[in-house]
Design a protein around this ligand. Structure first.
Ligand code: THU
Length: 160
């Protein structure tokens, strides 16, 4: 038996000023989109801003449903919208941010497992890594260069 230690690099920024202008702008666009969250059940707003290789930005927010499992995460709406509008264009980055109705979120929030799988699909579809930038309402900001960093031993079309 062998043990293999897997590791990944998490980039941690103290605040928005430490980010590149491009990344700070993408987070700003995600924050602006929070107002479009439809989250009457969780009272937890999530927004994602996708930066495409053609320079366009597409945003999405969580869209909940009275039948809870039917709700869609912000990353899902943003990625689907990007794919519907620009089906041939790869994705460079996705910025994710949140706003809670209960407390101030002072730390980054990472995408759920299903959304990690969704992001992986677009990485493999275009054979191009997608940087994920995560920001709370305040506090540190995280980034990883590929979803594979936070979805090790993943399942993708390369397994089929
Ligand atoms: N949510 C997202 O939009 N993205 C995630 O990655 C995690 C969770 C949403 C789903 C639901 O509307 C709310 O956050 C609370 O779970």
């Amino acid at each position: 038996m062998k043990e293999r230690d897997l590791k990944f690099t998490l980039r941690v920024y103290d605040n928005l000023k430490e980010l590149s202008e491009k990344d700070a702008l993408l987070i700003a666009k995600a924050k602006d989109a929070l107002k479009h969250s439809y989250s009457p059940y969780s009272n937890f707003k999530v927004a994602a801003a996708v930066l495409l290789a053609n320079g366009k930005t597409v945003t999405g927010t969580n869209q909940e449903n009275a039948a809870y499992p039917v709700g869609i995460c912000a990353e899902g709406t943003a990625l689907s919208a990007a794919s519907a509008l620009y089906p041939e264009v790869s994705i460079d980055k996705i910025a994710i941010t949140v706003k809670s109705g209960k407390q101030t979120v002072n730390h980054p929030v990472a995408p759920c497992g299903i959304c990690r799988q969704r992001i992986l699909e677009y990485e493999t579809r275009f054979n191009s890594n997608i940087e994920i930038i995560m920001a709370g309402e305040s506090g540190e900001i995280y980034s990883v260069k590929s979803v594979k960093d936070i979805l090790p031993l993943n399942f993708s079309k390369t397994d089929l």
